[in-house]
Write a protein that binds this ligand. Structure first.
Ligand SMILES: NC(=O)c1ccc[n+]([C@@H]2O[C@H](COP(=O)([O-])OP(=O)(O)OC[C@H]3O[C@@H](n4cnc5c(N)ncnc54)[C@H](O)[C@@H]3O)[C@@H](O)[C@H]2O)c1
Length: 368
Protein backbone atom coordinates (compact mmCIF):
# COMPACT_ATOMS: atom_id res chain seq x y z
CA UNK A 1 0.00 0.00 0.00
CA UNK A 2 1.07 3.61 -0.54
CA UNK A 3 0.93 5.46 2.79
CA UNK A 4 1.03 9.24 3.16
CA UNK A 5 2.15 11.18 6.24
CA UNK A 6 1.27 14.87 5.72
CA UNK A 7 2.67 17.66 7.86
CA UNK A 8 0.22 18.80 10.55
CA UNK A 9 -0.87 22.35 9.76
CA UNK A 10 -3.33 23.09 12.57
CA UNK A 11 -2.11 26.07 14.65
CA UNK A 12 0.67 25.13 17.09
CA UNK A 13 0.39 21.42 16.28
CA UNK A 14 3.92 20.01 16.35
CA UNK A 15 3.23 16.29 16.46
CA UNK A 16 3.61 14.00 13.44
CA UNK A 17 1.68 10.77 12.89
CA UNK A 18 4.58 8.34 12.37
CA UNK A 19 8.16 8.34 13.70
CA UNK A 20 11.06 7.28 11.47
CA UNK A 21 11.08 3.95 13.34
CA UNK A 22 7.44 3.36 12.43
CA UNK A 23 8.14 4.35 8.81
CA UNK A 24 10.93 1.79 8.73
CA UNK A 25 8.57 -0.91 10.01
CA UNK A 26 6.02 -0.07 7.32
CA UNK A 27 8.69 0.07 4.59
CA UNK A 28 10.14 -3.31 5.65
CA UNK A 29 6.69 -4.82 5.16
CA UNK A 30 6.71 -3.67 1.55
CA UNK A 31 4.68 -0.47 1.85
CA UNK A 32 5.71 2.76 0.11
CA UNK A 33 5.73 5.62 2.64
CA UNK A 34 5.42 9.23 1.44
CA UNK A 35 6.36 11.74 4.15
CA UNK A 36 5.73 15.43 3.55
CA UNK A 37 8.93 17.48 3.71
CA UNK A 38 9.39 18.95 7.19
CA UNK A 39 6.55 16.89 8.71
CA UNK A 40 8.64 15.78 11.69
CA UNK A 41 10.52 18.99 12.46
CA UNK A 42 8.16 20.11 15.24
CA UNK A 43 8.93 16.85 17.02
CA UNK A 44 12.67 17.10 16.37
CA UNK A 45 12.57 14.53 13.54
CA UNK A 46 14.46 15.49 10.38
CA UNK A 47 13.76 14.72 6.72
CA UNK A 48 17.11 12.88 6.65
CA UNK A 49 15.92 10.52 9.41
CA UNK A 50 12.76 9.75 7.43
CA UNK A 51 14.71 9.23 4.21
CA UNK A 52 17.12 6.88 6.02
CA UNK A 53 14.08 4.95 7.30
CA UNK A 54 12.94 4.36 3.72
CA UNK A 55 10.45 7.20 3.21
CA UNK A 56 10.17 9.27 0.05
CA UNK A 57 10.01 12.99 0.95
CA UNK A 58 7.21 14.66 -1.03
CA UNK A 59 4.95 17.72 -1.15
CA UNK A 60 1.56 17.90 0.58
CA UNK A 61 -0.51 16.95 -2.48
CA UNK A 62 1.55 13.82 -3.15
CA UNK A 63 1.38 12.72 0.51
CA UNK A 64 -2.40 13.17 0.43
CA UNK A 65 -2.57 11.23 -2.85
CA UNK A 66 -1.63 7.98 -1.05
CA UNK A 67 -3.99 5.01 -0.55
CA UNK A 68 -3.98 5.60 3.22
CA UNK A 69 -3.21 8.89 4.95
CA UNK A 70 -2.16 8.71 8.60
CA UNK A 71 -2.40 11.98 10.55
CA UNK A 72 -2.65 13.32 14.08
CA UNK A 73 -5.35 16.00 13.89
CA UNK A 74 -8.54 16.09 11.86
CA UNK A 75 -8.30 17.67 8.37
CA UNK A 76 -8.93 21.42 8.48
CA UNK A 77 -10.88 23.31 5.79
CA UNK A 78 -7.91 23.92 3.49
CA UNK A 79 -7.22 20.16 3.45
CA UNK A 80 -10.77 19.16 2.40
CA UNK A 81 -9.68 19.40 -1.24
CA UNK A 82 -7.59 16.25 -0.75
CA UNK A 83 -10.54 14.13 0.45
CA UNK A 84 -11.74 11.63 -2.16
CA UNK A 85 -13.45 8.28 -2.55
CA UNK A 86 -11.04 5.40 -2.08
CA UNK A 87 -8.88 7.29 0.44
CA UNK A 88 -8.47 5.62 3.83
CA UNK A 89 -7.91 8.29 6.50
CA UNK A 90 -6.61 7.19 9.92
CA UNK A 91 -6.43 10.05 12.47
CA UNK A 92 -8.23 11.83 15.34
CA UNK A 93 -11.51 13.06 13.80
CA UNK A 94 -13.80 14.15 16.71
CA UNK A 95 -16.67 14.42 14.20
CA UNK A 96 -19.43 14.93 16.77
CA UNK A 97 -17.91 18.35 17.40
CA UNK A 98 -17.35 19.20 13.72
CA UNK A 99 -20.32 19.30 11.33
CA UNK A 100 -18.32 20.83 8.46
CA UNK A 101 -15.77 17.99 8.49
CA UNK A 102 -18.52 15.37 8.81
CA UNK A 103 -20.18 16.78 5.71
CA UNK A 104 -16.86 16.94 3.83
CA UNK A 105 -16.03 13.30 4.65
CA UNK A 106 -19.52 12.14 3.63
CA UNK A 107 -19.55 14.18 0.41
CA UNK A 108 -16.13 12.88 -0.63
CA UNK A 109 -16.72 9.20 0.22
CA UNK A 110 -13.54 8.94 2.34
CA UNK A 111 -13.21 5.95 4.67
CA UNK A 112 -12.52 7.73 7.96
CA UNK A 113 -11.20 5.62 10.83
CA UNK A 114 -11.07 7.80 13.96
CA UNK A 115 -8.44 7.17 16.63
CA UNK A 116 -10.80 8.27 19.38
CA UNK A 117 -13.47 5.66 18.64
CA UNK A 118 -11.18 2.62 18.25
CA UNK A 119 -12.46 0.62 21.21
CA UNK A 120 -11.41 -2.60 22.90
CA UNK A 121 -13.94 -5.14 24.15
CA UNK A 122 -13.62 -3.89 27.76
CA UNK A 123 -14.65 -0.41 26.63
CA UNK A 124 -11.21 1.21 26.81
CA UNK A 125 -10.14 3.60 24.06
CA UNK A 126 -6.51 2.62 23.42
CA UNK A 127 -5.70 5.55 21.12
CA UNK A 128 -6.91 8.13 23.67
CA UNK A 129 -4.91 6.60 26.53
CA UNK A 130 -1.46 7.87 25.49
CA UNK A 131 -2.58 11.51 25.36
CA UNK A 132 -4.33 11.15 28.74
CA UNK A 133 -1.10 9.74 30.15
CA UNK A 134 0.83 12.73 28.84
CA UNK A 135 -1.73 15.31 30.05
CA UNK A 136 -2.03 13.59 33.44
CA UNK A 137 1.73 13.64 33.97
CA UNK A 138 1.92 17.27 32.83
CA UNK A 139 -0.82 18.45 35.22
CA UNK A 140 1.29 18.60 38.45
CA UNK A 141 4.17 20.10 36.43
CA UNK A 142 2.08 22.98 35.02
CA UNK A 143 0.30 23.31 38.37
CA UNK A 144 3.62 23.60 40.22
CA UNK A 145 4.71 26.34 37.81
CA UNK A 146 1.41 28.22 38.22
CA UNK A 147 1.84 28.07 42.01
CA UNK A 148 4.98 30.20 41.71
CA UNK A 149 4.48 33.76 42.95
CA UNK A 150 5.59 35.29 39.64
CA UNK A 151 2.87 33.30 37.88
CA UNK A 152 0.12 34.57 40.20
CA UNK A 153 0.22 31.54 42.49
CA UNK A 154 0.56 31.37 46.28
CA UNK A 155 4.31 30.88 46.07
CA UNK A 156 4.57 27.38 47.54
CA UNK A 157 6.87 24.58 46.42
CA UNK A 158 4.95 21.37 45.72
CA UNK A 159 7.39 19.17 47.63
CA UNK A 160 8.16 21.63 50.45
CA UNK A 161 11.61 21.24 52.01
CA UNK A 162 12.78 19.60 55.24
CA UNK A 163 11.15 21.61 58.02
CA UNK A 164 8.51 23.16 55.73
CA UNK A 165 5.40 21.17 54.80
CA UNK A 166 4.73 20.11 51.25
CA UNK A 167 1.81 21.47 49.20
CA UNK A 168 -1.51 19.68 49.00
CA UNK A 169 -2.70 18.34 45.64
CA UNK A 170 -6.32 17.23 45.19
CA UNK A 171 -7.05 15.11 42.10
CA UNK A 172 -10.72 14.71 41.13
CA UNK A 173 -11.08 11.60 38.97
CA UNK A 174 -8.77 8.58 39.19
CA UNK A 175 -8.80 7.30 35.61
CA UNK A 176 -5.86 7.54 33.21
CA UNK A 177 -5.33 11.30 33.66
CA UNK A 178 -5.96 11.24 37.42
CA UNK A 179 -3.76 8.27 38.27
CA UNK A 180 -0.89 9.64 36.16
CA UNK A 181 -1.30 13.05 37.81
CA UNK A 182 -1.27 11.43 41.26
CA UNK A 183 1.87 9.48 40.40
CA UNK A 184 3.82 12.60 39.40
CA UNK A 185 2.46 14.67 42.32
CA UNK A 186 3.65 11.94 44.71
CA UNK A 187 7.00 11.91 42.92
CA UNK A 188 7.29 15.68 43.41
CA UNK A 189 6.78 15.17 47.12
CA UNK A 190 3.28 16.66 47.45
CA UNK A 191 0.58 15.50 49.83
CA UNK A 192 -1.98 13.91 47.49
CA UNK A 193 -5.71 13.28 47.83
CA UNK A 194 -7.60 11.47 45.04
CA UNK A 195 -11.39 11.38 44.68
CA UNK A 196 -13.44 9.14 42.38
CA UNK A 197 -16.95 7.67 42.29
CA UNK A 198 -15.51 4.35 41.08
CA UNK A 199 -14.49 2.42 44.18
CA UNK A 200 -12.32 0.00 42.19
CA UNK A 201 -10.10 2.90 41.06
CA UNK A 202 -9.66 4.05 44.66
CA UNK A 203 -8.93 0.47 45.76
CA UNK A 204 -6.24 0.21 43.09
CA UNK A 205 -4.52 3.45 44.13
CA UNK A 206 -4.84 2.59 47.81
CA UNK A 207 -3.17 -0.77 47.14
CA UNK A 208 -0.23 0.53 45.14
CA UNK A 209 0.52 3.65 47.19
CA UNK A 210 0.32 1.91 50.58
CA UNK A 211 -0.92 4.96 52.49
CA UNK A 212 1.22 7.49 50.61
CA UNK A 213 -1.93 9.06 49.15
CA UNK A 214 -5.38 9.66 50.65
CA UNK A 215 -8.32 8.25 48.68
CA UNK A 216 -11.77 9.72 49.10
CA UNK A 217 -15.23 8.97 47.71
CA UNK A 218 -16.22 11.68 45.26
CA UNK A 219 -19.33 13.48 46.50
CA UNK A 220 -20.23 17.11 47.01
CA UNK A 221 -19.35 17.21 50.70
CA UNK A 222 -15.92 15.62 50.23
CA UNK A 223 -15.06 17.83 47.24
CA UNK A 224 -16.23 20.94 49.10
CA UNK A 225 -13.92 20.05 52.00
CA UNK A 226 -10.93 19.01 49.86
CA UNK A 227 -10.77 22.25 47.86
CA UNK A 228 -10.46 24.29 51.07
CA UNK A 229 -7.09 22.74 51.92
CA UNK A 230 -5.82 22.25 48.34
CA UNK A 231 -2.93 24.27 46.94
CA UNK A 232 -3.51 22.58 43.58
CA UNK A 233 -6.74 21.00 42.32
CA UNK A 234 -6.50 18.77 39.23
CA UNK A 235 -9.74 18.04 37.34
CA UNK A 236 -9.58 14.61 35.65
CA UNK A 237 -13.17 13.44 35.39
CA UNK A 238 -14.75 11.79 32.35
CA UNK A 239 -18.25 10.53 31.75
CA UNK A 240 -17.86 8.89 28.32
CA UNK A 241 -19.85 10.57 25.59
CA UNK A 242 -21.14 13.34 27.89
CA UNK A 243 -20.14 16.78 29.07
CA UNK A 244 -18.12 16.68 32.29
CA UNK A 245 -20.21 17.40 35.42
CA UNK A 246 -19.38 20.63 37.29
CA UNK A 247 -18.01 19.19 40.53
CA UNK A 248 -16.02 22.22 41.69
CA UNK A 249 -18.65 24.97 41.65
CA UNK A 250 -18.32 28.73 41.57
CA UNK A 251 -19.43 29.10 45.20
CA UNK A 252 -16.49 26.94 46.32
CA UNK A 253 -13.87 29.40 44.99
CA UNK A 254 -14.10 31.89 47.89
CA UNK A 255 -13.45 28.97 50.28
CA UNK A 256 -10.17 28.14 48.52
CA UNK A 257 -6.76 29.55 49.50
CA UNK A 258 -5.75 32.82 47.84
CA UNK A 259 -3.32 31.96 45.01
CA UNK A 260 -4.24 28.29 44.86
CA UNK A 261 -4.34 26.73 41.38
CA UNK A 262 -6.87 24.68 39.40
CA UNK A 263 -5.66 22.63 36.41
CA UNK A 264 -8.82 21.28 34.75
CA UNK A 265 -7.58 18.65 32.29
CA UNK A 266 -11.22 17.75 31.53
CA UNK A 267 -11.68 21.17 29.90
CA UNK A 268 -11.92 19.47 26.48
CA UNK A 269 -15.24 17.97 27.63
CA UNK A 270 -16.45 21.24 29.14
CA UNK A 271 -14.45 20.87 32.36
CA UNK A 272 -15.37 19.59 35.83
CA UNK A 273 -14.80 23.06 37.31
CA UNK A 274 -17.70 25.47 36.74
CA UNK A 275 -15.41 28.47 36.16
CA UNK A 276 -12.99 26.82 33.71
CA UNK A 277 -12.75 27.97 30.11
CA UNK A 278 -10.42 26.75 27.37
CA UNK A 279 -7.06 28.56 27.24
CA UNK A 280 -3.98 28.20 25.05
CA UNK A 281 -0.30 27.42 25.64
CA UNK A 282 0.40 31.06 24.76
CA UNK A 283 -1.86 32.37 27.58
CA UNK A 284 -2.62 29.32 29.73
CA UNK A 285 -3.99 30.86 32.95
CA UNK A 286 -6.46 33.44 34.28
CA UNK A 287 -7.61 34.30 37.81
CA UNK A 288 -11.12 34.24 39.31
CA UNK A 289 -11.70 34.99 43.01
CA UNK A 290 -7.96 34.77 43.63
CA UNK A 291 -7.75 31.22 42.22
CA UNK A 292 -5.47 30.64 39.21
CA UNK A 293 -7.23 28.61 36.48
CA UNK A 294 -5.33 26.59 33.83
CA UNK A 295 -7.52 25.29 30.99
CA UNK A 296 -5.31 24.28 28.07
CA UNK A 297 -7.34 21.85 25.96
CA UNK A 298 -4.38 20.34 24.07
CA UNK A 299 -1.82 19.91 26.82
CA UNK A 300 0.18 17.16 24.98
CA UNK A 301 0.90 19.70 22.22
CA UNK A 302 3.47 21.30 24.55
CA UNK A 303 5.64 18.18 24.56
CA UNK A 304 5.52 16.95 20.94
CA UNK A 305 8.69 14.88 21.19
CA UNK A 306 7.10 12.77 23.92
CA UNK A 307 3.55 12.89 22.51
CA UNK A 308 4.53 11.88 18.97
CA UNK A 309 6.25 8.72 20.22
CA UNK A 310 3.48 7.98 22.77
CA UNK A 311 0.80 8.22 20.07
CA UNK A 312 2.72 6.36 17.39
CA UNK A 313 3.51 3.49 19.78
CA UNK A 314 -0.23 2.87 20.05
CA UNK A 315 -1.34 3.65 16.48
CA UNK A 316 1.35 1.66 14.64
CA UNK A 317 -0.11 -1.83 15.29
CA UNK A 318 -3.46 -0.67 13.86
CA UNK A 319 -1.76 1.16 10.97
CA UNK A 320 0.07 -2.07 10.08
CA UNK A 321 -3.22 -4.00 9.99
CA UNK A 322 -4.85 -1.34 7.77
CA UNK A 323 -1.81 -1.25 5.50
CA UNK A 324 -1.81 -5.04 5.08
CA UNK A 325 -5.54 -5.55 4.66
CA UNK A 326 -7.08 -2.21 3.73
CA UNK A 327 -10.64 -1.92 5.00
CA UNK A 328 -10.60 -5.73 5.32
CA UNK A 329 -8.70 -5.10 8.58
CA UNK A 330 -12.00 -3.97 10.11
CA UNK A 331 -13.40 -7.49 9.69
CA UNK A 332 -10.32 -8.94 11.37
CA UNK A 333 -10.23 -6.58 14.35
CA UNK A 334 -13.47 -5.46 16.07
CA UNK A 335 -11.57 -2.72 17.95
CA UNK A 336 -10.51 -1.17 14.67
CA UNK A 337 -14.00 -1.65 13.19
CA UNK A 338 -15.35 0.54 16.02
CA UNK A 339 -13.08 3.27 14.67
CA UNK A 340 -14.90 3.52 11.34
CA UNK A 341 -16.95 6.74 11.21
CA UNK A 342 -17.57 7.25 7.49
CA UNK A 343 -17.22 5.20 4.30
CA UNK A 344 -18.54 5.67 0.74
CA UNK A 345 -20.72 8.59 1.86
CA UNK A 346 -22.28 6.57 4.70
CA UNK A 347 -22.10 7.55 8.37
CA UNK A 348 -21.33 4.49 10.52
CA UNK A 349 -20.77 5.94 14.00
CA UNK A 350 -23.89 6.28 16.17
CA UNK A 351 -22.62 9.16 18.32
CA UNK A 352 -22.04 11.34 15.26
CA UNK A 353 -25.37 10.42 13.65
CA UNK A 354 -27.14 11.34 16.91
CA UNK A 355 -25.21 14.59 17.29
CA UNK A 356 -26.36 15.88 13.88
CA UNK A 357 -29.62 13.96 13.32
CA UNK A 358 -28.08 12.18 10.31
CA UNK A 359 -28.90 8.72 9.00
CA UNK A 360 -26.82 5.93 10.54
CA UNK A 361 -25.68 2.97 8.45
CA UNK A 362 -25.01 0.06 10.83
CA UNK A 363 -21.39 -1.06 10.87
CA UNK A 364 -22.47 -4.66 10.26
CA UNK A 365 -24.12 -3.64 6.97
CA UNK A 366 -20.92 -1.98 5.78
CA UNK A 367 -18.64 -4.83 6.87
CA UNK A 368 -20.83 -7.40 5.14
N1 LIG B 1 -6.64 18.88 28.28
C1 LIG B 1 -6.01 17.94 27.60
O1 LIG B 1 -5.03 18.21 26.89
C2 LIG B 1 -6.43 16.52 27.71
C3 LIG B 1 -5.61 15.48 27.28
C4 LIG B 1 -6.03 14.15 27.46
C5 LIG B 1 -7.28 13.90 28.05
N2 LIG B 1 -8.06 14.96 28.44
C6 LIG B 1 -9.37 14.77 29.11
O2 LIG B 1 -9.19 14.38 30.46
C7 LIG B 1 -10.41 13.79 30.92
C8 LIG B 1 -10.11 12.50 31.69
O3 LIG B 1 -9.66 11.52 30.76
P1 LIG B 1 -9.22 10.04 31.23
O4 LIG B 1 -8.54 9.42 30.07
O5 LIG B 1 -8.53 10.10 32.53
O6 LIG B 1 -10.64 9.35 31.43
P2 LIG B 1 -10.90 8.01 32.27
O7 LIG B 1 -12.19 7.47 31.78
O8 LIG B 1 -9.70 7.14 32.27
O9 LIG B 1 -11.09 8.54 33.78
C9 LIG B 1 -12.17 9.34 34.17
C10 LIG B 1 -12.45 9.06 35.64
O10 LIG B 1 -13.45 9.98 36.09
C11 LIG B 1 -14.17 9.29 37.07
N3 LIG B 1 -15.40 9.99 37.41
C12 LIG B 1 -16.60 10.00 36.75
N4 LIG B 1 -17.47 10.75 37.46
C13 LIG B 1 -16.82 11.22 38.55
C14 LIG B 1 -17.20 12.04 39.65
N5 LIG B 1 -18.45 12.54 39.77
N6 LIG B 1 -16.27 12.31 40.61
C15 LIG B 1 -15.02 11.83 40.50
N7 LIG B 1 -14.61 11.03 39.49
C16 LIG B 1 -15.51 10.74 38.53
C17 LIG B 1 -14.37 7.92 36.45
O11 LIG B 1 -14.80 6.97 37.43
C18 LIG B 1 -12.99 7.65 35.89
O12 LIG B 1 -12.17 6.97 36.82
C19 LIG B 1 -11.25 13.59 29.65
O13 LIG B 1 -12.17 14.64 29.55
C20 LIG B 1 -10.24 13.67 28.55
O14 LIG B 1 -10.81 14.06 27.31
C21 LIG B 1 -7.67 16.24 28.27
Amino acid sequence: MIIGIPKEIKTLENRVAMTPGAVETLARRGHAVLVETGAGLGSGLTDEQYAAAGAKLVGAAEAWGADMVIKVKEPIACEYKYLRKGLLLFTYLHLAADRALTDALLASGVAGVAYETVQLRDGTLPLLVPMSEVAGRMAPQVGAHALEKSQGGRGVLLGGVPGVPQASVVVVGAGVVGSNAAKIAVGMGAQVTVLDVNHARLQYLDDIYQGRIVTSASNEANIRKAVTYADLVIGAVLIPGAKAPHLVTRDMLPTMKEGSVIVDVAVDQGGCVETIKATTHAAPTYVIDGVVHYGVANMPGAVPRTSTYALCNQTLPYALKLAANGLGALRLDPALAAGLNTVDGKLTYAGVAEAFGLELTPLAAVLA
